[in-house]
Design a protein around this ligand. Structure first.
Ligand SMILES: NC(=O)c1ccc[n+]([C@@H]2O[C@H](COP(=O)([O-])OP(=O)(O)OC[C@H]3O[C@@H](n4cnc5c(N)ncnc54)[C@H](O)[C@@H]3O)[C@@H](O)[C@H]2O)c1
Length: 260
């Protein structure tokens, strides 16, 4: 069900070209918002803009590059004015046991998933209107460890805490800052997991609801947090994992070594 809860709100979304970010942009448009959509994928952004060229402004921007992100914000604000809602969504994972994890790859994930959220908050915060809403996308892995995913788990736990600090710093302006922690969602990022049936079987078995999520099920929570319906929520950690946090993560090292 969609309403018009975001009419006349200007939203700024990172990682907007595919998966959860694209679903959030579509949902925000359905609810009446204007969208400043940023990503490193210009083709995905072009497809998004075609949905509504008047209400979608796209900027190719890398969340790990502070100057590029500042320019993206300036460009979006020049078109639509101040920002009401920010979604710091861009992210990706990697796999490797700590003892032989390539350091550059480990740092790449921290840079993208954690530093990228910091840069997004820094670049947007001065432009977020009083009473605005900032949403970070963390993960079930912020609270549930997975062997083989140390960089991603550490980064997402960092995002959850960064969100709480930002909520303290911005609360005086009435700006709310909350994080959404999805469980398994089929996107480009999880295509590798979906190629291994045992990973998905364990995931679904461990979730109370016995299944994975759709991107829209995450987008609807983002729309709620973006709207005035969540007006007294800040520093919250919203699990959207079908109860997966009550179970355990799939045993990736055992599954992956059995494939070799
Ligand atoms: N899919 C899941 O199961 C799941 C679960 C929990 C959390 N998440 C989180 O949700 C977010 C979205 O992931 P997704 O599953 O939709 O993946 P996705 O790969 O479909 O989308 C990620 C988007 O981020 C963009 N991106 C990558 N690096 C970037 C950069 N440096 N700067 C700007 N944009 C960049 C990509 O081009 C892509 O469009 C991520 O933060 C991810 O960690 C996903």
């Amino acid at each position: 069900m969609t309403t018009n809860r975001l009419t006349n709100k200007t939203t700024f979304v990172t990682g907007a070209a595919s998966g959860i970010g694209a679903a959030i942009c579509r949902r925000f448009l359905d609810e009446g918002a204007r969208v400043i959509a940023t990503d490193i994928d210009p083709e995905g952004l072009r497809r998004l803009r075609e949905l509504d060229p008047e209400r979608v402004h796209v900027v190719t921007a890398d969340v790990t590059d502070e100057r590029t992100m500042a320019d993206a914000v300036t460009s979006g604000v020049a078109v639509f004015g101040g920002i009401d809602v920010v979604v710091a969504n861009a992210g990706a994972g990697t796999y490797g046991l700590i003892q032989d994890h390539d350091l550059a790859d480990w740092k790449r994930i921290i840079d993208l998933c954690l530093v990228g959220v910091f840069i997004t908050l820094k670049a947007t915060s001065a432009h977020v209107n009083d009473g605005g809403s900032i949403i970070t996308i963390s993960s079930l892995n912020a609270i549930q460890p997975s062997a083989g995913m140390s960089a991603y788990c550490a980064a997402k736990a960092g995002v959850a805490m960064l969100t709480r600090v930002a909520a303290m710093e911005m609360g005086a302006r009435g700006v709310r800052v909350n994080t959404i922690a999805p469980g398994l969602v089929p996107t480009n990022a999880t295509a590798g997991m979906f190629a291994v049936p045992e990973v998905i079987r364990q995931f679904e078995e461990n979730a109370s609801l016995g299944r994975h999520a759709t991107p829209d099920e995450v987008a609807s929570v983002a729309a709620f947090l973006a709207s005035d319906e969540s007006s007294f929520m800040s520093a919250s950690f919203l699990s959207v994992d079908g109860g997966g946090n009550t179970g355990r993560y799939p045993t990736l090292p055992a599954i992956f070594s059995s494939l070799q």
